[in-house]
Design a binder for this molecule. Structure first.
Ligand code: 5AD
Length: 364
């Protein structure tokens, strides 16, 4: 079947096989790619409105026990100056998000499972609950036990982001050290759902050896796992990591990867319909002026502006080219509001912004 027939089927919400998704991901030319973005944006507008949910991002610690081959804050990167924000500072950042009207926050960190860390996150959650703002809290702290997930859920977190990075087991294993297992990552996602989290996952786009067929399988994985939220972005080689050294960017590669990422957002919207999809910072890293806006116009409906202190920003670089390294969060906010207005999108202030999919699947 040709591209446009499949696109029509996708927009109508018919079931797509992975082979059909791959045809869309391989849009044959610029006009086809634009038609794909437009169809996904129509579906996004119909289901989510021309509205964008906001989450204030707090990168509260870059200490990590893992050694993922692509990540700038991997354990063995000795060039990183390690920090963990004080609980008071974290809660102040959350309060700032509330004051900004963001309605929700994402607490992200390197991965640790020691009791001190688990207690600390729980304490942060209790403290955020006491703030005079009604904030929806998302955690993004890696693989943890069911006991830990349940404690954090009970303490007030209601969403969790844990990327599968690639749903292809071979690619997953190739970008992680021996101890990190695909099956365990998948099991952790299942625990999150069993713990009643609104559960998000995602992949990196443009990994070595990754084809449109792999990306189509990633979307099929999201569908099978019945996920509520998706966060994806281009892979960005980080110079101090094994993968970054082995696969440095050649000219034009980043732009191509950005377009692949946008097509991936579009096909994900067409297939999954009522999920929240983030226009991630990695898009903005490649196209600082318009990356996230292009993400929205390709079907994303969530943006996560940083609300942490500028002084920490440079120490939390998962990849090179992180945007807004020296912009304070008020400036980030002003620019974001203006750039959304320019594409006719309205930011949703003071809303948790729950994914419709969670409400549809859980009845809550
Ligand atoms: N390029 C792009 N994304 C990256 N991440 C980590 N390192 C990189 C990189 N070099 C992403 C991973 C992780 C998320 C927090 O950041 O997908 O899950």
């Amino acid at each position: 079947m040709d591209f446009y027939r499949i696109l029509e089927k996708a927009e109508a919400g018919d079931f797509l096989e992975t082979g059909e998704m791959a045809v869309l991901l391989n849009a044959p030319d610029e006009a086809a790619q634009q038609a794909l973005f437009d169809a996904a944006y129509r579906v996004k507008s119909e289901i989510c409105g021309r509205k964008v949910y906001l989450r204030g991002l707090i990168e509260f610690s870059n200490i990590c026990t893992r050694d993922c081959l692509y990540c700038g804050i991997r354990r063995s990167n000795g060039k990183v100056s390690r920090y963990t924000m004080e609980i008071d500072e974290i809660v102040r950042s959350a309060a700032l998000a509330g004051q900004f009207g963001y309605g929700s926050v994402v607490l992200q960190s390197g991965e640790r499972s020691d009791p001190g860390f688990v207690d600390m996150v729980e304490e942060i959650l209790f403290r955020i609950k006491e703030l005079p703002y009604d904030l929806g809290v998302t955690l993004s702290c890696g693989e943890e036990s069911m006991e830990t997930y349940l404690r954090w859920r009970k303490a007030g977190a209601k969403r969790y982001l844990l990327r599968i990075e690639s749903a292809d087991e071979k690619i997953f294993q190739a970008i992680h050290p021996a101890g990190v297992l695909y099956q365990e990552r998948k099991a952790a996602l299942e625990r999150l759902k069993a713990a009643d989290f609104q559960t998000g996952s995602g992949v990196m786009i443009g990994l070595p050896g990754q084809t449109a067929e792999h990306l189509a399988k990633d979307i099929a994985f999201f569908r099978e796992m019945d996920l509520d939220m998706i966060g994806m972005g281009p892979f960005l080689p980080q110079a101090d990591t094994p993968l970054g050294v082995r696969y440095p960017d050649s000219p034009g590669m980043a732009q191509r990867r950005l377009e692949t990422a946008l097509r991936m957002i579009a096909v994900t919207r067409l297939v999954l319909r009522d999920v929240n999809i983030a226009a991630t910072t990695a898009l903005q890293a490649i196209d600082p002026e318009n990356g996230r806006e292009r993400g929205i116009l390709a079907g994303a409906n969530v943006i996560m502006p940083n609300v942490g202190d500028v002084s920490r920003r440079k120490d939390y670089q998962l990849y090179n080219g992180k945007p807004s390294l020296d912009e304070n969060s008020a400036v980030i906010r002003e620019k974001l509001i203006a750039s959304l207005a320019a594409i006719g999108e309205t930011p949703c202030f003071n809303l948790h912004g729950d994914p419709l999919h969670y409400r549809n699947r859980s009845g809550k």
